[in-house]
Ligand binder design. Structure first.
Ligand SMILES: Cc1ncc(C[n+]2csc(CCOP(=O)(O)OP(=O)(O)O)c2C)c(N)n1
Ligand SMILES: [Mg+2]
Length: 340
C-alpha cells in the first residue's frame, strides 16, 4: 500500500520565508522544465531527455547553499534542477533540448549537457564520474592559488561511486584537504542496476571512511535538510578544512532517460510505493501547513511557471539549427576543413 506523505518538522536552518518560497518556485520550475523534455521527446520534437523527477529536493537545497559567482559546480546529467537553481535560465535548457544554434554549446552538445562559464558550471559529461576528477582539479587550483572562500560542488549518482575515477578523486581530495563537496544523489538505481547489485553496503557514506573524510547522510526529499548539510559541508570546504561526502537519498520516478523503458526492470508498484517521498508535494504540504504559502499562492505559482516554460519552449523551437558549414567550428582552429 502507498504510504501517505508525511512532512518533517520545520527546522529553518536560518532560511527566511522568502528563501523557502524561492526554493518551492525552483522545484516547480525544475519539474515543469524536466517534464517538458519528456513531452517534447514523445511528440517527436527532440531526440532525447533525462528525467530528474524525485531529485528536486536535492537540487533546490544544494542550489541554495551554492555561492553564485564564487563556487564552481561540477554537475552530471541528472542535474537540470541544480543548474536552474544556481541561475541557468529555463530558455538555456530548452535551447539545449532543441539543439538550436543559440545554445551555449552551439547546439552540438548532447542534449541536457549544459555548461555556463559565467555561472561557474563546468560542462556536463556523459562519462560517469569524469566530473569528479575535473572538480578535484578545480579545487586543487583554488588551493594552489590561495583562492580562499571558494569551493567546488561535485554531484554524481550512486552508480558513479563504483567507478575508479570516483575513488581516485575522493582519495586525492582527502589527502590534500581540498575545498570540494562530493554530493551523491542516491536514487537507488544505475539505469537498470539496483544499488544492491553493485555494492554490498547499504549506505554510500560508508565509502568515506576508507579515504579519511567525513560522510553525512541526508533525506534528499527534504530540501531544507539538504540545504543544511550541503551548506555546512561547503562552509567547511571554504574554511580550508577539507572535503565531505554527502549522500542524499532519493528515488528516480521516471525512466533513466527517454531512451529507457523501466518497465523491463521494475514494477509500477515499486514506483508508487516511493511516491510518499516525492519532494515537490511534500515541500508544498510543509509550507502550506506552516502558513508560508496558501493553496491559492501555489496554484498561481504553477500557472505562472507553466506560462513561462511554454513561452521559452516556443521561443527555442522557433530558432534555427546550427548551419551545417559550422560543423567543425570550435573544434579545429581557423578555416581548416578536415573533410577536404
Ligand atoms: C564510464 C561510463 N560507464 C558507463 C556509462 C553508461 N551509463 C550511463 S548512465 C549510467 C548509470 C549511472 O547511474 P548513477 O550514477 O546512479 O546515476 P543516475 O543515472 O541514477 O542518476 C551508466 C552506467 C557511462 N555513461 N560512462
Ligand atoms: Mg542512481
Amino acid at each position: 500500500m502507498a504510504k501517505a506523505i508525511d512532512t518533517p518538522a520545520l527546522e529553518r536552518h536560518g532560511l527566511s520565508d522568502e528563501q523557502l518560497r524561492a526554493m518551492l518556485r525552483n522545484m516547480i520550475v525544475q519539474r515543469t522544465v524536466d517534464n517538458r523534455g519528456f513531452q517534447l521527446n514523445r511528440q517527436g520534437k527532440i531526440p532525447f531527455a533525462t528525467g530528474s523527477e524525485g531529485h528536486e529536493g536535492i537540487h533546490a537545497g544544494a542550489a541554495q547553499a551554492f555561492h553564485r559567482g564564487r563556487d564552481v559546480l561540477a554537475p552530471y546529467y541528472r542535474d537540470i534542477g541544480l543548474c536552474l537553481g544556481i541561475g541557468m535560465p529555463p530558455l538555456d535548457a530548452l535551447l539545449s533540448m532543441f539543439a538550436r544554434a543559440a545554445d551555449i554549446s552551439g547546439g552540438r552538445q548532447f542534449p541536457n549537457h549544459y555548461t555556463n562559464k559565467k555561472l561557474g558550471m563546468l560542462s556536463v559529461s556523459s562519462i560517469i564520474a569524469a566530473q569528479c576528477t575535473h572538480a578535484v582539479g578545480v579545487a586543487y587550483a583554488f588551493k594552489l592559488r590561495k583562492e580562499h572562500d571558494r569551493a567546488v560542488l561535485c554531484t554524481f549518482g550512486d552508480g558513479a561511486t563504483s567507478e575508479g575515477e570516483w575513488h581516485e578523486s575522493v582519495n586525492f581530495a582527502a589527502i590534500h584537504k581540498l575545498p570540494v563537496v562530493f554530493l551523491c544523489e542516491n536514487n537507488e538505481w544505475a539505469i537498470s542496476t539496483p544499488r544492491e547489485h553493485q555494492m554490498a553496503i547499504k549506505d554510500i557514506i560508508a565509502k568515506a571512511e576508507g579515504y579519511g573524510l567525513p560522510g553525512v547522510k541526508v533525506d534528499g526529499s527534504d530540501p531544507i535538510a539538504v540545504y543544511a548539510v550541503v551548506n555546512a559541508a561547503l562552509e567547511r570546504a571554504r574554511a580550508g578544512e577539507g572535503p565531505t561526502l554527502v549522500e542524499a537519498k532519493c528515488y528516480r520516478f521516471l525512466s533513466h532517460t527517454t531512451d529507457d523503458d523501466d518497465r523491463t526492470y521494475r514494477t509500477r508498484e515499486e514506483i508508487e510505493r516511493h511516491r510518499y517521498l516525492d519532494p515537490v508535494p511534500r515541500f508544498e504540504k510543509l509550507l502550506l501547513e506552516q502558513g508560508i504559502v496558501s493553496a491559492d499562492d501555489i496554484a498561481a505559482l504553477k500557472k505562472e511557471v507553466l506560462a513561462e516554460v511554454n513561452a521559452v519552449t516556443d521561443e527555442a523551437e522557433a530558432l534555427p539549427y546550427p548551419e551545417p558549414a559550422e560543423l567543425y567550428a570550435n573544434v579545429y582552429e581557423g578555416t581548416h576543413e578536415p573533410w577536404l
